[in-house]
Design a protein around this ligand. Structure first.
Ligand code: GLY
Length: 364
């Protein structure tokens, strides 16, 4: 009978190039910038909470999920959990996924309503079943069955108010054609961004957080309310393994915020981890994914006047040694990522494919 290693693999299942085994790493937590911003009235940000747990010996997945729970519960972040911007019907529908590198386990929930912390439901799916993804009513029934309280409405006064303003503007759109209304809804949302009613970081929103502990064990989580005013049922990249999150326990982790449809097409997080497996530094692996997204963006509705993507997308990346990077399609003072090490938490600028800020224009 073949012996298995501590992770339950047969020896022949490991051994990809670039793998670091029996390693030590600099413990680090890496997240999107909102991971070092929101505290939900408590003392710690997401990355501080996650690092404190990591330093105390917690499992890295427990650490990052406790971190993102702060942001999911904080209505100040209108792109994640409670108070996330709702779909076109005014309903908050949440997506989340998580991956445990050493244990080779992963799960996601999509279009989940009524639970403030979808990351915890994804975590329960990972721990307690062999399923990888649950959707909509099924995900909610699973959450209810294992004891999560189900709320009627996850809107905060602010998210409800912004949706009512979007609805007011949509009332002036005369077409009944569903596709034309969808396109008009996107334009109306863009106009609200241009007017500063919605923070550009909260239109697609999301938080991603990954951690590496001193033994080089890697875990990650991504959680979001998705695109504001989305078609009900729309699923973004965040819950899709390989798109909005990917962890390989021997190589590293990548996750994303921003334009989810681009990551669904490119499977960007998987691409980044595979680049790192081939030896790329996290920054170079992330820039390669951005170049891929740029090359794939050919729809005129998604291009600016210079033929470049008319949206931002960002990646947060860490390898098994604890080296990390944040990269983005467009740069500027608002385009950052969060890091916490034994020296404390900081917010750092992302490396950008295009150094200038994304120019917001209302689509014609
Ligand atoms: N990146 C989040 C979303 O597109 O849903």
């Amino acid at each position: 009978m073949t012996a298995h290693d501590a992770a339950g693999r047969r020896p022949a299942e490991g051994g990809s190039p670039g793998i670091v085994t029996g390693r030590q790493a600099r413990p680090v937590v890496v997240a999107s910038a909102n991971g070092n911003q929101f505290r939900n009235g408590g003392p710690l940000t997401c990355v501080e909470q996650a690092f404190a747990l990591l330093a105390g010996g917690a499992d890295p997945l427990d650490a990052v999920i406790a971190g993102v729970n702060i942001v999911e519960l904080d209505p100040g972040d209108s792109s994640v959990g409670y108070g996330g911007l709702p779909n076109a019907d005014g309903v908050v529908q949440l997506d989340a996924s998580c991956m445990h590198g050493p244990r080779r386990r992963a799960a996601g929930v999509v279009a989940l309503e009524g639970v403030r912390t979808p990351s915890l439901v994804a975590r329960a799916l990972l721990e307690r079943t062999n399923h990888r993804m649950l959707a909509g009513a099924g995900a909610q029934a699973f959450a209810r069955a294992i004891g999560f309280p189900i709320e009627d409405d996850l809107n905060s006064p602010r998210s409800r108010g912004l949706w009512l303003e979007w609805k007011r503007r949509m009332a002036a759109i005369e077409t009944a054609d569903p596709i034309a209304r969808m396109e008009a809804g996107y334009r109306v949302g863009q106009q609200m961004l241009v007017e500063g009613l919605i923070d550009v970081n909260h239109y697609y929103g999301t938080i991603n957080c990954s951690a590496v502990n001193a033994r080089g064990e890697i875990c990650g989580v991504t959680t979001t309310s998705g695109l504001a005013w989305k078609i009900p049922g729309r699923v973004g990249d965040s819950p899709v393994l390989g798109a909005g999150l990917y962890v390989d326990g021997e190589v590293g982790a990548a996750g994303s915020t921003g334009h989810g449809e681009s990551n669904l097409y490119a499977l960007s997080s998987f691409l980044i981890v595979e680049e790192m497996r081939r030896g790329a530094h996290p920054k170079d692996a992330g820039l390669e994914a951005l170049r891929r997204v740029r090359a794939n963006t050919v729809d005129p509705a998604l291009l600016d006047a210079q033929g470049r993507p008319a949206f931002n997308v960002k990646y947060y990346i860490v390898n098994a040694r604890g080296e990390h990077a944040g990269v983005a399609m467009y740069g500027g003072p608002q385009v950052n990522y969060a890091v916490c090490t034994g020296h404390g938490a900081e917010t750092r600028p992302c490396e950008a494919l295009f150094d200038e800020e994304l120019t917001l224009t209302a689509a014609p």
